[in-house]
Design a protein around this ligand. Structure first.
Ligand code: ADP
Ligand code: MG
Length: 463
């Protein structure tokens, strides 16, 4: 009931405002996708023409379009639909870049961090807020932290320094802190592997590999975040390998982060893995209770300082939040922000039962859902074996559950279409796209399908 009401309101609003406000849509892209993906890709999309049920969006290159379509199209459509209910399709048009927006290279004199810039894309700059002073030490990150500091004292002694650990545990924070520390006396390059690839592809298209090579090879400290991203991308790996070797040869410090140890990286050339493992590997573990409490206390004092207000959270509440938040530090900070926002709005000191209510909401949204879990639950739900569901057989009783599982994998995880395809016995990403489309359509038209999807979703969220 509640949902219907909301939808009706939206219909009403969209009747009133027939044209879409693109900067609002962009704002919601930024929120949904995060600023990394937004700045690299989505910010470049422009609105070309609006029709009642579809939009034509402008993108700078064919590669750009393919990349967006294969990874983000569903979510983009979903987002834009929020602003335009009648929408059911998006088309892309390639709009040549103007001279003005072409990439140029300059050295930023101010902080000596080298940048490649163009009119829309900006480099991952170092974030002054992610420094050593506000990185809290605990048992889980002790070694990673102390070697990160040592690298700053003596360049190229531990080379490369490889920091690994799961999401939200502080890898980017540490890498950024190293960059800040070294930027005054060195030519620091700090880049995510995804952005590295973006520039790589762009340079190939523009026949400008010479500049690309020069640019990355002249840094004396090369920091590359989330290297697992180069997985499966052969030509990028080739380039990375040469960049890596040439930097090592000239004695530059290399610092790398990844979500797992070098030898566990998948679909990355062996010679790269062994290069990555050739220096010092430090890992960051999940935080223990003590560290979580310390981080909460520190965050509270930062917020109090920044907003000049007193935040009253009892020790008991702090302990409770710390012990309930089990996944990672990013989540912990998110939960804390929710609690603080709630206490502001209600202007009261929270007790444990308030927190329980707030957290129940939050945790049900951020529970980690994996492709494996989806496959297991879907095959159980339809009473078929997992191997049948993943097999090449095309009979409907197997094909439908398979498509539903692919659809949910796309909707409920952050995996890309090609990744999902691989997890389904190496199917092509176009098969996944077809499944997503089919099930999206059926779940709107067919009550049985609607019911199935919603029951499976709640099974997934309940666990
Ligand atoms: P990762 O790159 O490993 O996914 P991040 O470095 O982005 O994780 O960290 C997630 C969030 O948690 C960031 O806001 C970061 O500042 C914070 N954080 C992580 N570890 C610590 C720590 N030890 N002390 C303070 N903040 C931390
Ligand atoms: Mg990170």
């Amino acid at each position: 009931m509640e949902k219907n009401k909301i939808n009706q309101q939206k219909v009403y609003v969209s009747e009133e405002e027939k044209t879409i406000n693109w900067s609002d849509v962009q704002g919601s892209f930024k929120k949904t996708f995060g600023s990394e993906i937004y700045n690299s890709w989505l910010e470049k999309i422009s609105l070309v023409k609006e029709y009642n049920d579809y939009l034509i969006l402008g993108v700078p290159t064919r590669f750009f379009r393919d990349w967006i379509v294969s990874r983000y199209l569903d979510k983009i459509l979903e987002q834009v639909k929020e602003f335009k209910l009648t929408l059911n399709r998006i088309e892309f048009k390639i709009i040549e870049e103007t001279k003005q927006s072409q990439e140029f290279i300059k050295i930023n004199e101010l902080n000596k961090v080298t940048e490649i810039k163009d009119s829309i894309l900006n480099y991952n700059r170092l974030n002054p807020k992610l420094n050593f002073d506000n990185f809290i030490q605990g048992k889980s990150n002790d070694i990673a932290l102390s070697y990160s500091k040592r690298v700053c004292e003596q360049i190229a002694r531990y080379n490369p320094l490889y920091v690994c650990g799961g999401v939200g545990l502080g890898k980017t924070h540490l890498l950024n802190a190293i960059g800040l520390e070294l930027q005054n006396d060195n030519n620091v390059m700090f880049i995510s592997a995804e952005r590295f690839m973006y520039h790589f592809i762009k340079s190939i298209k523009k026949n400008d590999m010479v500049n690309f090579k020069d640019f990355f090879r002249k840094s004396s400290v090369f920091i590359i975040d989330d290297i697992q991203f180069i997985s499966g991308k052969e030509s990028l790996q080739e380039e990375f390998f040469h960049t890596f070797n040439s930097l090592m040869d000239k004695g530059s410090q290399i610092i790398i982060s990844a979500d797992r140890a070098p030898m566990k990286l998948e679909r990355i050339q062996e010679r790269i893995k062994s290069r990555l493992a050739g220096g010092l590997i430090v890992d960051i573990d999940s935080p223990d209770l003590e560290l979580k409490v310390k981080i909460i206390v520190k965050k509270i004092s930062e917020i109090e300082f920044q907003f000049k207000e007193k935040i009253n959270l009892s020790k008991e509440v702090i302990n409770y939040v710390a012990s309930e938040s089990k996944t990672n530090i990013r989540e912990l900070i998110g939960v804390l922000n929710r609690i603080i926002a709630f206490s502001r709005v209600h202007n009261k000191n929270l007790d444990i039962s308030d927190c329980k209510r707030i957290l129940k909401d939050v945790f049900s949204q951020i529970r980690v859902i994996t492709v494996d879990k989806i496959q297991n639950i879907v095959s159980n739900y339809f009473n078929i074996s997992l191997s049948d569901m993943l097999s090449q057989r095309r009979s409907r009783p197997l094909a439908r559950p398979r498509q539903i599982a692919m659809y949910l994998a796309k909707k409920m995880t952050t995996r890309s279409l090609p990744e999902i395809g691989r997890r389904f016995a190496n199917r092509d990403h176009t098969t996944v796209i077809h499944a997503v489309k089919t099930i999206s359509r059926l779940s709107e038209q067919d009550d049985e399908m609607k019911k199935n999807i919603s029951q499976i979703k709640s099974l997934l969220l309940e666990q």
